[in-house]
Write a protein that binds this ligand. Structure first.
Ligand code: NAI
Ligand code: MG
Length: 364
């Protein structure tokens, strides 16, 4: 029986539409000949939506995203929209934040692994990162990025004061921790909780709740480390880590840092899932490369599409329950790289289209 899925593709700004266009070709090719049908709708997000509709994400786009099985996003933002400052919380100022919050896409998956064929590009001494494969899990819908009260005030005419509120309730922490332990089980069975329980109350609760959840997963090797130490250990010995579980703030930083083992920002995929599916099941999610809109190279057709292509592979796994197709795409990316295809960020001269063609050829 053919399973049908609805995919909403939001190219966004800068190189976003370029890399999403590349990934959609791979999606189409990977699905052809399989018992899966993907109905693709395209729409605007970010600055591109602002220019047409005067909002970064229209209600209609939001509703389409909510009824889709998966959303594939390029990137949003750019200097031409930097000065548009809207009042309100992040989800009212930014189209992508609106989608993440509105879809309750709280499980941020940011995998980074080293590619044998790209090792010479890495900032690590010989072999130090060989075979490194780290999954940073970032809680996406809470913590300091969304907590209230927040603002910049001038109390009693004194100096200006800027403040945010790092806040989590135990249910938010527990549901995210469960997702983390379940994902660790599908990998090498190790999970490190990264926090600052030594100085902040948020993280005292964070560590307490994650440790309680850990008791339900005795088969997963569990360890709590301070986030600054995790950062140091990642820089020294990335192979030490399997899954790193962290809140919104530390997850943002640690996932960028872990990205150093992949050779280029353009290689990194991500997923924001609205929960984790049961065995063999599906969940909805937002899939996007980790990089931004890269205004410096936008329009040149030279962006590396692999981060977006690998994000699409994650979509097949988590939203379409087709890990087999995900593996085929990942293998095709490896083959294209081993064949020597390199975009500019990887020290080569291949265009986005040529890199995509190399992946498509390997898929066939
Ligand atoms: P960026 O990721 O767009 O670019 C950083 C550097 O990496 C640039 O030199 C760029 O050319 C290069 N780069 C990024 N992706 C690449 C790719 N696929 N292939 C080859 N080179 C690549 O980060 P930046 O410059 O800090 O931000 C630019 C804009 O993107 C800003 O408006 C920012 O707000 C936005 N942004 C959006 C994100 C999102 O939509 N998720 C995430 C990060 C930034
Ligand atoms: Mg970041």
């Amino acid at each position: 029986m053919t399973n049908s899925f609805k995919l909403l593709a939001l190219g966004g700004d800068g190189i976003g539409p370029e890399v999403v266009g590349c990934a959609l070709k791979v999606v189409e090719s990977a699905a052809s000949g399989e018992d899966i049908a993907i109905d693709v709708a395209e729409d605007l997000l970010g600055g591109a939506a602002w220019d047409v509709h005067g909002t970064f994400c229209t209600d209609q786009t939001f509703e389409t995203a909510r009824s889709a099985d998966a959303v594939l996003v390029g990137a949003v933002g750019g200097p031409q929209w930097d000065n548009i400052v809207l009042p309100g919380p992040p989800e009212e100022k930014d189209g992508l934040m609106r989608l993440r919050m509105g879809l309750d896409a709280y499980v941020g998956m940011r995998p980074a692994r080293s590619f044998a064929s790209l090792e010479s590009l890495l900032p690590y001494r010989d072999g130090l990162a060989t075979g490194a494969d780290v999954l940073v899990l970032r809680e996406m819908t809470g913590g300091a990025f969304f907590g209230t009260p927040r603002g910049i005030d001038r109390p009693q005419g004194g100096p200006r004061v800027g403040y945010d509120n790092s806040i989590y309730d135990e249910n938010q922490i527990a549901r995210f921790a469960h997702a983390g332990f379940r994902l660790a089980r599908t990998r090498r069975g190790q999970l490190v909780c990264a926090d600052k329980a030594n100085v902040m109350e948020t993280y005292v609760l964070w560590r307490e709740v994650v440790s309680e959840v850990a008791l339900e997963y005795p088969d997963v090797a569990f360890e709590c480390l301070y986030a600054d130490n995790v950062s140091y250990q990642l820089a020294r010995d990335p192979k030490r880590f399997d899954v790193i579980l962290s809140d919104n703030l530390f997850g943002d930083m640690l996932s960028d840092q872990a990205g150093a083992i992949a050779g280029s920002l353009g290689m990194l995929p991500s997923a924001c899932l609205s929960g984790l599916a049961g065995d063999g099941g599906r969940t909805s999610g937002i899939y996007e490369p980790v990089h931004g809109s890269a205004p410096d190279i936008a329009g040149g057709g030279i962006a590396n599409p692999i981060g977006t292509i690998l994000s699409a592979a994650m979509m097949f796994e988590h939203s379409f329950a087709r890990p087999d197709i995900a593996r085929r795409i990942e293998t095709a990316v490896n083959t294209a790289l081993e064949g020597g295809c390199r975009t500019a960020d990887l020290g080569g001269t291949a265009t986005s289209a040529e890199m995509t063609e190399a992946v498509l050829q390997a898929l066939r």
